[in-house]
Write a protein that binds this ligand. Structure first.
Ligand SMILES: Cc1cc2nc3c(=O)[nH]c(=O)nc-3n(C[C@H](O)[C@H](O)[C@H](O)COP(=O)(O)O)c2cc1C
Length: 217
């Protein structure tokens, strides 16, 4: 493993920036596995894990992906790009069965409860008014967990939403029922980092007890 000392999460939260440019130095394979593994431990509604991730390292694929990502150079520069996707139909095409099967391995072997769970999830997700939003919600948590893990291991990251979904789908052979949610570039900063642009005052975004009531009097 390349990075022997892990950074503290508090430090990473303070110092992380959306990396503007990446050096060609690779992401260590074992580190990449840890980054992916961290994301796969993320929580999700009903533990349904509708996310799908495509790890893009091949330079030719990164070049094509760059074009699909509005020609943003960092997609080609970053040695590893994780393309975070969500399967809109996964829950009815095997995910629910698999989640129940894995649950059994972990002691959830009350079949009556499992059947209730199957019915509850099927009912909730078949009547979910915005399945794309639901899938996005879950997938962003996993992708963000990968981002923090990469930063803890000493890498620099860039989350990206600037891409043409149909083009990304074509480059990576992603089927229509799978939506492309974000790209996560991972590598090492080259050049100067992005300047901190600050955050709006919490009085605008954080409330107490009810919407609009200030937290601090
Ligand atoms: C979901 C998401 C998508 C983003 N997409 C892009 C992008 O396509 N291109 C880009 O240059 N920056 C992108 N950014 C970076 C943001 O512009 C950046 O996070 C923001 O300006 C705050 O800067 P900081 O992350 O350095 O604090 C994205 C960030 C997020 C969270």
């Amino acid at each position: 493993m390349v990075n022997h000392t892990e950074k503290k999460l508090t430090e990473v939260i303070r110092e992380r920036r959306a990396t503007p440019g990446f050096a060609p130095s690779p992401v260590d394979e074992a580190d990449l596995k840890r980054i992916l593994g961290a994301g796969l431990e993320a929580p999700s509604g009903y533990n349904m894990q509708p996310w799908r991730f495509i790890v893009v390292r091949d330079p030719e694929q990164r070049k094509k992906l760059r074009v699909a990502a509005r020609n943003q150079a960092k997609v080609e520069q970053a040695p590893a790009v994780i393309v975070a996707c969500g399967d809109l139909e996964g829950w009815k095409n095997g995910d629910l069965d698999e989640v129940l099967r894995v649950g059994r391995e972990h002691g959830f072997d009350d079949e009556k409860q499992n059947e209730n769970m199957r019915k509850a999830v099927s009912s909730a997700l078949s009547s979910q008014p915005n399945i794309a939003m639901w899938v996005t919600k879950q997938t962003m948590i996993a992708a963000t967990t990968m981002m923090w893990m990469a930063e803890v291991l000493g890498y620099d990251t860039a989350l990206m939403e600037g891409f043409y979904e149909d083009q990304v789908r074509e480059v990576l052979a992603i089927p229509q029922h799978v939506s492309v949610i974000c790209l996560l570039c991972i590598g090492n900063l080259q050049g100067s980092d992005k300047k901190y642009a600050g955050r709006v005052h919490p009085s605008r975004t954080v409330f107490s007890e009810r919407y609009g009531k200030p937290l601090e009097p």
